[in-house]
Design a protein around this ligand. Structure first.
Ligand SMILES: *[C@@H]1O[C@H](CO)[C@@H](O)[C@H](O)[C@H]1NC(C)=O
Ligand SMILES: *[C@@H]1O[C@H](CO)[C@@H](O)[C@H](O)[C@H]1NC(C)=O
Ligand SMILES: *[C@@H]1O[C@H](CO)[C@@H](O)[C@H](O)[C@H]1NC(C)=O
Ligand SMILES: *[C@@H]1O[C@H](CO)[C@@H](O)[C@H](O)[C@H]1NC(C)=O
Ligand SMILES: *[C@@H]1O[C@H](CO)[C@@H](O)[C@H](O)[C@H]1NC(C)=O
Ligand SMILES: *[C@@H]1O[C@H](CO)[C@@H](O)[C@H](O)[C@H]1NC(C)=O
Ligand SMILES: *[C@@H]1O[C@H](CO)[C@@H](O)[C@H](O)[C@H]1NC(C)=O
Length: 622
């Protein structure tokens, strides 16, 4: 027993010295490492044909300068890319991602005619079908106006704010297109980029549109009543034509493409189905027109005067209200399918591939508030010169064309980091935030996690400098790229990753150093030091501040429970949706959102809720 205790204490003593030595070494050189330029650039260039060989003992030489806030912004933008829920939770995008839609991919459009100019294509048929099929209402329901944010039609094929009339419905068609080659010149705009808001979600489009107008000397046609985003699209496509731009990709509920040119060799029409309405299919007559002209008792506002109905009118309403009840169930299911199709991409729209080598972002060009709910690409610092620079960068990358297979899959790499670190950080935080007494079990339980982390990288004896050890080596293990870093964008993303992981590793080591001495004294003297509470407090702030500043969606947003089969874990969105259109600037929060005073906008609740068709029926907005 005695012997055992002594050997434990000796081992821990040695360990402590090793850990402390190491940390001194790192802290001593930390500042120099992160700002120093490569020591011998020609040696680096000679080492690999174009791409440097990044090893455990030289990687820090290649890390470019970037602050932690810019790093988390890059990190979190990459993780949210092409993901439905994260794009709505972090709605204000400030980046352009080069994207490829592979040959053979199917895309959909519902409308009144086969497009001849640029048009919107949905990646999900549920999305197009729900947009295109605007079933008429029967009975009393036919008098209600569809609610939603007032505004113009957005997809050219969908009147918004008003129920469709017979004319709209007469010739709706559902089209399916197939990519006949790799469409390798798309720009994907991140965040809730189809939100039709003025709180920044549309800035990537607005900036392109403004710069293009000037560059191509286009007329001032914002005033002629066209939808803003239709104008943006027309300008972007005009600008992109000589560059071979296929179009842009945005998120609404599900991802959508604005394809610039249907006449080119890019897509073929594989299906053209005239849409059949459930009421027609079931053989019902058209809804009775309830109007003054037809002899119905309506007041000034078009409200039905129930007391003045004739018996015949009452009978008609009763019959049609019954039909409406059945049909609105069908309609709600149709809309719910659209929501489900959107949520199916919470973890990614995997048919679209990103080539991160040519990522063009506003991040690290000027100060951009780190809060993805409250930032803007077109902030004060984004001068006209900087905007021109960004558009020039986009032109340069479009000349090359994209090939996702040549790119490091950064999202995969960063997902791996979050999958590992998020539970570790939350577990440590939970122990340090215990409701009970701050006693030795806090130190023991915490170091069970942190010591196991640090010891993976600490050698007990110095074998030689031939192999990596220690905190810097820990960092390398997590950030070692598995494809050559070729472009400035690669280095931007990689440097951001290094910065983020460095912060995490530092905090884990810091917590370990604070609490290992406590464990040591428990084992040696059967008691903790008088500093225990203070050390736990310091460790707690370090971990909780880190969790806060990382801004990882996983650390803050969760579904309330495992949803049933007929439910979906619902993340509110900012564009047109079956749940209605939520204006971020309004105080009247839609389902699952609340108004955030400090940001002066609606944000998404951190408890995501399961919803079913019943929520749509109650909502009446679909
Ligand atoms: C840099 O590296 C090259 C290639 O290894 C070598 O020839 C040169 O002497 C080095 N220069 C310095 C200043 O160390
Ligand atoms: C569309 O919006 C413009 C300007 O915002 C407006 O002038 C026009 O009347 C609107 N059109 C419809 C059909 O609401
Ligand atoms: C990001 O980088 C830019 C340019 O280097 C800098 O001006 C800005 O202060 C940095 N931080 C943030 C949060 O934007
Ligand atoms: C530490 O872990 C033990 C064993 O799992 C548990 O009983 C105890 O409550 C934990 N203490 C704290 C503060 O987490
Ligand atoms: C480790 O040992 C090697 C010789 O084996 C020596 O060159 C090196 O300086 C030592 N490193 C430290 C940190 O003591
Ligand atoms: C970030 O911007 C600064 C200039 O403001 C530049 O020196 C640095 O290399 C950039 N970092 C990355 C990773 O591109
Ligand atoms: C450690 O101290 C506690 C009281 O603080 C005592 O109950 C326990 O027996 C001691 N353990 C040993 C191994 O001395």
């Amino acid at each position: 027993m005695n012997f055992h205790r002594r050997s434990v204490s000796v081992t821990i003593g040695v360990l402590l010295i090793v850990v402390l030595c190491f940390c001194w070494k790192i802290f001593g050189s930390y500042g120099a490492i992160s700002t120093e330029l490569p020591r011998n650039v020609s040696a680096i260039k000679a080492a690999g044909a174009g791409a440097p060989v990044i090893r455990w003992d030289n990687y820090e030489e290649f890390v470019r300068d970037i602050d932690f806030e810019n790093s988390t912004a890059v990190f979190n933008s990459i993780r949210a890319a092409l993901r439905q829920s994260p794009s709505d939770i972090h709605p204000v995008g400030v980046s352009y991602f080069p994207a490829v839609i592979p040959k053979g991919t199917l895309m959909y459009h519902a409308g009144s005619k086969v497009p001849t100019t640029f048009e919107w294509l949905a990646m999900d048929h549920e999305f197009s079908y729900s947009f295109g099929l605007r079933s008429p209402s029967y009975g009393r329901k036919s008098l209600e106006r569809r609610r939603g944010r007032p505004g113009n039609g957005t997809h050219g094929d969908r009147p918004k704010g008003t129920p469709p009339n017979e004319h709209d419905r007469s010739s709706q068609i559902m089209l399916t297109y197939r990519a006949v080659r790799d469409l390798n010149k798309f720009l994907y705009l991140d965040g809730a980029s189809a939100a039709k808001t003025d709180s920044g979600e549309m800035d990537t489009q607005l900036m392109l549109s403004n710069v293009i107008k000037k560059k191509l000397n286009l007329p001032d046609d914002d005033e002629n009543g066209r939808m803003a985003e239709r104008l943006y699209a027309s300008r972007i496509c005009k600008w992109g034509k000589p560059l071979g731009l296929d179009g842009i990709i945005r998120v609404e509920v599900g991802f959508e493409v604005i394809l610039c040119d249907f006449a080119a060799d890019n897509v073929e029409l594989v299906s053209n189905i005239e849409m059949v309405y459930p009421n027609q299919y079931l053989g019902l007559p058209s809804p009775t027109v309830i109007s003054k002209e037809e002899g119905w008792p309506l007041d000034e506002d078009g409200k039905l005067l129930e007391d003045h109905l004739t018996d015949d009118q009452k009978a008609i309403l009763e019959r049609e209200d019954g039909w409406e009840q059945v049909l609105s169930g069908f309609n709600a299911a149709k809309s719910f399918n659209w929501l489900r199709a959107g949520a199916a991409h919470d973890h990614g729209e995997h048919r679209i591939h990103l080539d991160y080598r040519h990522f063009v972002s506003g991040i690290n060009r000027t100060y951009i508030t780190p809060d993805p709910n409250n930032r803007r690409l077109l902030s004060d610092g984004m001068t006209w010169e900087k905007q021109l620079e960004m558009v020039n960068d986009l032109e340069k990358v479009l000349e090359v064309g994209f090939d996702a297979t040549q790119s490091m899959d950064w999202q995969l790499a960063l997902d791996e980091l979050v999958t590992k670190f998020a539970p570790l950080l939350k577990s440590i935080s939970n122990i340090l935030n215990t409701d009970g007494d701050i006693n030795e079990s806090v130190a023991i339980n915490t170091t069970a996690l942190t010591l196991n982390f640090c010891l993976r990288f600490e050698a007990t004896t110095n074998t030689s400098d031939q192999f990596g050890t220690g905190k810097n080596f820990a960092l390398y293990q997590y950030v070692s790229p598995y494809q050559d870093l070729k472009t400035d964008a690669d280095f931007l993303i990689w440097s951001s990753t290094v910065k983020v992981v460095r912060e995490i590793v530092d905090v884990i080591y810091q917590v370990n150093e604070l609490l290992v001495p406590e464990v040591h004294s428990i084992l040696r003297d059967n008691k903790t030091s008088s500093d225990l509470a203070e050390h736990v407090g310091t460790a707690r702030s370090a971990v909780d501040d880190l969790i806060e500043s990382l801004g990882w969606i996983e650390l803050n947003y969760r579904c309330e429970r495992q949803c049933n089969w007929d439910e979906v874990c619902y993340t509110p969105s900012w564009g047109p949706s079956p749940m209605g259109m939520t204006d971020p600037g309004s105080h009247d929060g839609g389902f699952g959102t609340h108004f955030d005073e400090s940001r002066q906008r609606l944000v998404i609740d951190s408890d995501l809720q399961c919803i079913s068709v019943n929520n749509l029926l109650a909502n009446h907005k679909f």
